[in-house]
Design a protein around this ligand. Structure first.
Ligand SMILES: [Zn+2]
Length: 416
């Protein structure tokens, strides 16, 4: 492959994927705006017109924001690659670090992270303090945001730094099969993170307290016994510290599993509804959806690393993406920048797979709790999160990890 062929392929994938994303976003906006005037008949009894219109406005505002982010992301990728940004950073750092050393590679990742943070800062501030605030969802204070940023930067340096060093060293020292070693290290790291994150990292950002509501705990323990589920405890997380959006999730492995409820979720749902939502989450566990996800991630990333191993040997890889210098760090950075446009066709497949899992988890919830309770819980969650009930079918098919409200609730109601 010549450098100009790679440049052409890269630009084609980049503009084609961005074009499709823009087209889907505009379709979604048109569809939501066209259905803003009336609540869909299925929800007329449970959702007020004001809530429906708030959901439409929120969806439209997020869509507009998403299109600006899309344009900014396009500028960012082009500026770094063909615009010469990466080469510039590489040369700049060469004043302090010998370019052939791994320190230079680490410094390049550091500089790129800082530059990316600055580039995205206005957008993320706008999203949290203007867009989310306008719809009453933002609970983050400037102080929390600054502390969060400091903590995650420190973690990135303490954990990401040594990990990156290890990867760059493997790339340099392990010969032609370096990509297999790197893949192994990253998979091991990911599995370790699944154990370490809930126990040591998440508590740095949120408070976790045992569930105090004894009646609710008794109800949940009955459900767990009915489903044959072992857990290391029920916890409540102060999600309201940052956002009014609600959630419930599981963390950990084997007998060390913890069940975590956002305080925002417990504040709005009745005990019966909490039980039904939890039964749905148990369904994900019983069907091994999380294990399947981890396995798919391992297989896909192996394929990507094999591709990277091959690409890194092609002289055209660097020149075709606007970089004259060669280094392990540049290989990784360039690959991560072009991966998005080229893997974009996987998006609808992953969404389809996820929606299939949601239906399976709903079926499990119907068997172990009341379908009617899950319906009323979902209606409250749609309402409180201002999620649209009228998505564009094609946009939904492409992106939605959860089935559209009408289809999902229609199935549950039919069963109830
Ligand atoms: Zn689910």
């Amino acid at each position: 492959m010549t450098a100009s062929t790679l440049t052409a392929l890269f630009l084609l994938a980049l503009f084609l994927s961005s074009g499709i994303r823009l087209w889907l976003s505009l379709r979604q906006a048109r569809h939501v705006a066209a259905h803003r005037a009336a609540v869909p008949a299925e929800f007329a009894a449970s959702i007020e017109l004001a809530a429906h219109q708030k959901a439409a406005d929120y969806t439209l505002a997020k869509g507009r924001f998403g299109r600006i982010e899309l344009a900014l992301g396009l500028v960012w990728v082009l500026a770094l690659t063909l615009g010469g940004g990466l080469q510039l950073m590489h040369d700049l750092l060469a004043q302090w670090f010998e370019p052939s050393t791994l320190w230079h590679g680490l410094a390049l990742f550091g500089l790129l992270s800082v530059a990316g943070f600055v580039w995205e800062l206005p957008g993320s501030l706008y999203y949290t303090f203007v867009l989310e605030a306008r719809f009453g969802f933002n609970k983050t204070t400037v102080k929390t945001l600054i502390l969060d940023t400091l903590k995650s930067s420190l973690l990135a340096v303490l954990i990401g730094g040594p990990l990156l060093w290890c990867v760059l060293w493997l790339m340099r020292s392990m010969g032609a099969n370096w990509w297999l070693w790197t893949w192994g290290v990253l998979i091991a790291f990911n599995l370790a993170a699944m154990v370490i994150y809930p126990l040591f990292i998440a508590p740095l950002f949120n408070k976790f307290e045992p569930l105090k509501d004894e009646a609710l705990a008794a109800r949940i323990n009955l459900l767990l016994a009915r489903c044959g589920f072992q857990s290391k405890g029920l916890f409540v997380m102060d999600g309201s510290k940052r956002s009014a959006h609600g959630n419930a999730y599981f963390t950990g492995f084997g007998a060390a599993k913890r069940i975590v409820f956002f305080d925002t979720l417990l504040a709005t749902l009745t005990p019966e509804e909490v039980e039904a939502v939890l039964a749905h989450e148990l369904g994900h566990f019983k069907h091994r959806h999380i294990a399947q996800r981890v396995a798919l991630f391992a297989v896909l990333s192996l394929a990507f690393f094999a591709l990277l191993g091959w690409l890194a040997q092609q002289p055209a890889f660097f020149a075709g993406l606007g970089v004259e210098a060669h280094s392990e760090a540049l290989t990784l950075i360039l690959f991560s920048l072009i991966l998005g446009p080229f893997t974009f066709p996987l998006t609808p497949m992953m969404s389809f797979w996820s929606r299939k899992h949601e239906f399976e988890a709903d079926a499990y919830a119907m068997a172990h709790a009341q379908a009617g309770d899950l319906v009323s819980a979902l209606v409250k969650l749609y309402r409180d999160n201002a999620a649209t009930l009228t998505p564009d079918p094609l946009h939904s098919l492409f992106y939605d990890s959860h089935p559209p409200a009408t289809i999902r609730i229609g199935r549950l109601k039919a069963a109830a």
